[in-house]
Design a protein around this ligand. Structure first.
Ligand code: SF4
Length: 295
């Protein structure tokens, strides 16, 4: 392998280890070398190469994964077999791997405690400089419903808990209107540290921090993920489209159903949008079999 490519591969592996993905790589290191030529040939896009080595998930078609074509078992002979193998190799790495975790499989026996421990006293992105507390997430690890916001604000940063300010109070009201309690759901954000002046998280910050969110979702395995606002929904859906283009629609996401709605902070500024959000929440309630709270 070219020394420059090797250095890049090693850098990705260190990054994966840093995120607690060591077991993922090590388990695949014993699966033979079939994927390694693809890793080298594809390099320039390490996540794509890892996607090629990753078993297809239930949501793979939605993500554009080409089906793996087996080259084992009954094989045509001679040149036909070679052509078949070449065809199989050619369909593997076609997925666009937008992030390390999008391409990675679930980590076996992962827990919220492991994820929090892996975050540690994190300095992986520049948001660490201004934070008071890392805001990991709160709620039931058996939640059927996970709310994902963009990042902590002032109150959340001070308390170390997501959605505790004015927008958080509104979110709590929304949850209760659905017939749930705050402790019945799980609430977290795309980035775990407060962006300065409550600005939106930047792309490099999202890329660095979002793998922890993916792991949280993988551990909880909720029936429904409700993205609050454009940052969360664009991050999880890997799109740059505005939220109004897809708000209220259902998507598949790593085995869960995903819906996007407006952020409670937006509702504080635009109370007229509450009706639209309530319609979205009613869709969630329908999937979860919930009845609205009786007054
Ligand atoms: Fe680390 Fe995430 Fe905080 Fe950045 S936002 S310092 S990646 S915990």
């Amino acid at each position: 392998m070219d020394p420059a490519d090797r250095a890049r591969v090693e850098a990705w592996l260190r990054y994966g280890d840093d995120l607690g993905l060591g077991p993922y790589y090590r388990s695949r290191a014993t699966q033979g070398t079939a994927a390694e030529p693809e890793l080298g040939a594809q390099f320039g896009s390490a996540p794509r190469a890892m996607a090629a080595a990753t078993p297809a998930r239930a949501s793979a078609p939605a993500l554009g994964l080409a089906p793996k074509t087996s080259v084992s078992g009954s094989q045509p002979a001679g040149g036909a077999a070679q052509k078949s193998a070449q065809a199989a190799a050619s369909v593997l790495p076609v997925i666009a791997g937008p992030s390390l975790f999008e391409a990675a499989d679930r980590i076996e026996n992962d827990t919220l405690e492991h994820i929090r421990a892996d975050i540690g006293d994190c300095t992986r992105c520049k948001l660490h400089k201004g934070r008071t507390n890392i805001v990991f997430g709160v709620g039931s690890m058996k939640a059927e419903l996970v709310f994902v916001g963009e990042g902590p604000g002032h109150d959340e940063d001070l308390k170390g808990e997501p959605f505790v300010g004015r927008a958080g109070k509104l979110l709590t009201q929304m949850i209760e209107a659905m017939g749930l309690r705050r402790q019945d759901v799980y609430i977290c954000n795309v980035v775990k540290c407060r962006p300065p002046e409550n600005r939106l998280p930047e792309k490099d910050e999202i890329t660095t921090c979002s793998p922890f969110l993916y792991r949280q979702i993988d551990v909880i395995r909720p029936k429904v993920i409700c993205c609050l606002g454009s940052c969360a929904s664009q991050t999880l859906l890997q799109t740059t489209q505005g939220i109004s283009r897809f708000r209220g629609e259902w998507f598949d996401f790593r085995g869960s159903k995903l819906i996007a709605t407006y952020h409670p902070a937006y509702l504080l500024r635009n109370p007229n949008a509450k009706g639209e959000v309530w319609k979205d929440l009613q869709k969630v309630m329908s999937v979860l079999g919930l009845q609205p709270k009786r007054k």
